[in-house]
Design a protein around this ligand. Structure first.
Ligand SMILES: [Zn+2]
Length: 324
């Protein structure tokens, strides 16, 4: 609500500002307006906007004048090249390209992130409390950025909202927004307290898309931020330096080995290719080393070596064992 009042005020200010600053143009505009309305007093020159009304298209508003005339006003619309943007466009599922495997991705793909007409704005700035890695027995597919509930989260690039969800539908993500950018990159925003956009919304770089929160599987207010290409996550720090809120580079060369969960920004290609993610398992009631080994397609011997334990070790429920 505040946002719409604010944009209304900006719009009115901008409009009256234009009317004063560029009198000849605006006067002829007002004359045309009056001619459209048969009942209007055509001698009246000072037609003032008194209100605006939203339309289904957020970039088009209806502007009402004090002489009962109205007109459409078109706000500046981000110029988005949509070639390929809507490939596998799925607004029902959190992840797109679910049939595509990492092995199907190109060895390397260049994504242009910004150019003269497409800017970058940091979604938020802050230290990371967790990174792209295997964590507590499951992949943590993004970075965590602590915040205060209600902090504004912005779209880093122009794009179109592909998915918005919350509650049971998104599981651990809590309130989630997913934005597809024109180069095919997707950005994910989890644990939001508020979602400010809906599916198929066009968003400009810097536009607020949600408010920070702690919904879903979250131990405290933070933004869970992911970057994905063809549905596959990679380290967001390859794109954004969160310490100072800048882009690493205008061009992102995305290599297939970046999609290994242990591959992160700053690694050499050799290190990144060699990454085999450690995997952990939490011991449950009735588990034995034999059962756990079988479940994870490994041997008791390998488990003991990995964890530095003897095969006679008594397992504790809740204990974490490395299984890979
Ligand atoms: Zn997270």
């Amino acid at each position: 609500m505040n946002k719409s009042i604010f944009s209304l005020a900006v719009l009115l200010l901008a409009f009256t500002g234009v009317a004063r600053a560029q009198e000849p143009d605006s006067l002829s505009y007002f004359r045309e307006m009056n001619e459209v309305n048969d009942d209007a007093d055509t001698s009246m020159m000072l037609v003032r906007p008194i209100d605006t009304v939203a339309t289904d298209d957020k970039y088009v508003k209806i502007i009402l004048f004090n002489d009962h005339t109205w007109d459409y006003i078109e706000l500046e619309r981000p110029d988005i090249d949509t070639t390929g943007l809507f490939e596998d466009w799925d607004i029902e599922s959190i992840h797109a390209f679910r049939d595509v495997k990492v092995a199907d991705l190109p060895e390397s793909v260049d994504l242009l992130l910004v150019d003269s007409s497409h800017q970058f704005v940091a979604p938020m700035i802050g230290r990371r409390s967790s990174t792209f890695k295997y964590r507590r027995g499951r992949p943590h597919n993004g970075v965590d950025l602590p915040l205060r509930i209600g902090d504004t989260i912005r779209s880093p690039f122009d794009g179109v909202v592909r998915y918005v969800g919350g509650g049971k539908a998104t599981g651990g993500y809590g309130n989630l927004v997913v934005i597809r950018h024109p180069n095919g990159l997707e950005t994910y925003y989890g644990h939001l307290s508020e979602r400010l956009v809906v599916e198929n919304d066009i968003v400009a770089a810097g536009e607020p898309i949600g408010l920070g929160g702690s919904t879903g599987r979250s131990t405290g207010p933070h933004l869970h931020f992911e970057t994905r290409y063809m549905g596959k996550p990679f380290d967001p720090e390859r794109v954004i330096n969160f310490d100072n809120g800048t882009l690493r580079d205008t061009l992102l060369t995305l290599k297939r080995h970046y999609f290994n969960i242990g591959s992160h920004y700053g690694m050499s290609d050799k290190q990144s290719k060699n990454v085999t993610a450690a995997q952990y398992y939490t011991v449950k009631k009735g588990d034995t080393l034999g059962k756990i080994a079988q479940k994870h397609h490994t041997t008791v011997n390998a488990l003991c070596k990995l964890n530095g334990i003897s095969s006679k070790k008594v397992l504790r429920i809740g204990q974490r064992l490395r299984v890979r």
